[in-house]
Write a protein that binds this ligand. Structure first.
Ligand code: HEM
Length: 238
């Protein structure tokens, strides 16, 4: 009979769970109660650290999705993109935890951050790079196949091409929604006119909310409105 008490994996940790998940290393990554200047550092660090992990997955899935596009492997690409988008949704929900961070308590936490800022998040930077990689791969694919995205929408058929562009739009939208929530956290915790630990005024981050990775896919919406039955509601025609 199997002895489930016996640990069978190599590695550090008292049991197989600790050895595979590397929980000793993971749980040692937060400042200890002796080190912290404020008890909410734990909340602050855990939201940031877990975000980095989810971003790692989001980037990995997006990169894999991008690699499928040149071969026309569009359905797997769309599925991977959806998973990447869901990871971004998950980190957006993480920001909810910061509702419990009081603006006055954060003033104490800020004193020990140096010039450290989420603007230097390695996960966020990789996400940007990977997002642009997907935009390039799609542009090359669309060009080589003579793809007319507006026609995909008019045809209303659930083709792999349509599923991919919808997954791309969702991904782009999720990034923007993260930025909305992050901006709201900032204004709530720091105030609109304040300056971040990297010298950026909080209000300037509002402009980034409109940033688009796949602008052509958004422009198609305008094109559909302009050429639809209510086309005279389009600015260019007024
Ligand atoms: C109390 C919570 C937070 C505050 C007060 C805050 C503050 C700021 C500020 C002021 C900036 C502008 C750059 C600067 O001068 O520092 C910024 C940018 C940024 N922060 Fe945060 N942040 C918070 C939470 C988070 C979390 C949980 C993450 C997740 C990793 C994060 C990621 C980022 C990113 C990626 C940027 C670049 C902005 C962009 O590209 O849209 N922040 N943050």
């Amino acid at each position: 009979m199997r002895n489930y008490e016996k640990q069978i994996l190599d590695g550090e940790g008292k049991d197989d769970y600790a050895r595979y998940m590397r929980t000793d290393a993971l749980l040692a990554l937060q400042r200890t109660p002796e080190e912290v200047v404020h008890r909410d550092e734990l909340l602050f660090q855990i939201v940031h650290q877990s975000t980095e992990l989810w971003l790692k997955l989001a980037v990995s899935d997006l990169t894999e999705a991008t690699a499928r596009v040149p071969d026309g492997d569009l359905l797997p690409a769309a599925e991977l993109l959806q998973r990447s988008a869901l990871a971004i949704h998950v980190i957006t929900e993480h920001l909810e935890m910061l509702r419990h961070l009081s603006p006055w308590d954060f003033q104490t936490i800020r004193t020990i951050l140096g010039h450290g800022s989420g603007a230097d998040s390695p996960g966020w930077r990789s996400l940007h790079k990977a997002g642009h990689g997907m935009a390039r791969a799609f542009a090359v694919f669309a060009e080589s196949r003579g793809l007319d995205v507006a026609e995909l929408y008019r045809a209303r058929r659930a083709t792999p091409e349509l599923q991919l562009v919808e997954a791309m739009i969702e991904w782009d939208e999720r990034v923007s929604i993260w930025r909305v929530r992050h901006y709201k956290v900032l204004t709530r915790v720091l105030g609109n006119q304040s300056i971040g630990t990297q010298g950026t005024q909080v209000d300037t981050l509002a402009k980034l909310i409109e940033y688009k990775f796949f602008p052509q896919l958004w422009e198609v919406r305008t094109e559909l409105t302009a050429t639809g039955p209510m086309g005279d509601y389009h600015l260019a025609d007024s």
